[in-house]
Design a protein around this ligand. Sequence first.
Ligand code: GAP
Length: 468
Amino acid sequence: MSNKFEFEKIVSHLQTSGYVFAGSSIYGGLSNTWDYGPLGAELKRNIKDLWWKRFVQESATNVGLDSAILMNPKVWQATGHVSTFNDPMIDCKSCKARLRADEIIKKQFPEVDVEGMSAGEMDSFISGHKLVCPVCGKSDFTPIRQFNLMFKTHIGVFEDDKNIVYLRPETAQGVFVNFKNVQRACRKKIPFGICNAGKSFRNEITPGNFIFRTREFEQLEMEFFCKPGTDLEWFEHWKKHCLSFVEELGVKEDNLRFRDHEPAELAFYSKATTDVEYDFPSLGWGEILGIADRTDYDLKRHSEFSGEDMTYLDSDDNSRYIPYVIEPSMGLDRLMLMVMVDSYDEETLENNETRIVMHLKPSIAPYKIAVLPLSKKLEDKAGEVMEMLSKRYMCIFDTTGSIGKRYRREDAIGTPYCVTIDFDTAGIGDDVDASLLNTVTIRDRDNMTQDRVPLDKLIEYFDERLNK
Ligand code: GAP
């Protein structure tokens, strides 16, 4: 079951608490662009680091890469992006809304297999079934026009057609063009994977649903090169690996599902594709990542267009072949949206107060520990604790408001632990308990229980709990 809270309510919380801000907001924004605030930036880094750890650092076969956003435009001719990376755009003549024809059909006829339809077939379907504009309810559309999703810019000083380059629409191609470089330089033997993460850009016709569909987003992609014939086995292997990665982020299992692509939905070069989807409140099931068997399509095309030999000599049996590729491709922003939505909760306390709490897994929470001095007089002692803890963990220091209010603030942004420094900790005042000198109170976000722990045991205490 998806989160019982309204999507809009969670989005509003994320915007006011410092996770996500509307892009260029002082200038009125720019259609569905978003900036990650201090909390969002930390969460994003934590998820990306975990991905790198699970797919690169701990892998016996894989290596990492950080390729350029601007690439030779021939790359995108070879891949087919220049000629076919299009969305079917349609305008409502009545209210002027710009829409995607496939989405109009999908919404009003979910049982229809729209992926397999040509633009002409979609046009006939929309007029034949008198489909209506989702904005104004009228049925008066322009014919469909194919709209290329790649952002164009110019390299150098002259803005002419000879200097057009594209912002990459996926990070994957940075891997394919470096296949030979990596294989030779790192003496890699097949099977092996190359992981590449970074910004991708698509001039989406209908960006929306907060950070779910944007024009600038971050991808975490791997291209895994294997011997033809072993590809379907590797496909299953990486499918399992991806699911365990997503589960490790701490989301509820019931909200996740695999969706295998039907044959008509598969890209013509793909042997198999499966998506991992999450059940978002209000939006329903949405794709978080895809795992695709891309066969030898990309390397073959790059070989044809560049003239470079992309074959691999397999020293095991002296055979020469173009490797097949399994590609797990994730959207980092969608992973973030998923964990933020899934962790959001509201609880009614005994005094009828509502506690907003994000039950984020401690290992990905933006701040791990909040250091809270009970009084201004304790700020020096608390500063020492902060200095010690922040060498190891991302911490936040908060001195304002009652301790109850400060706990609520930390619950609402998902900080797993609060460390309170009181007069006993510092031994300041007449009626301090000497046995509590240099001890602090640690309060747990999820069950609100408290422990008293000596300062010299603090690191050990948190290492046991935060590194799971
Ligand atoms: N190299 C394969 C590829 O790019 P894709 O299904 O087009 O495949 C992979 O994209 C992932 O990138 C998606 O599963 C999604 O998580 C993310 N993604 C794609 N378009 C996006 C957009 N406009 N906004 C946010 N994330 C997006």
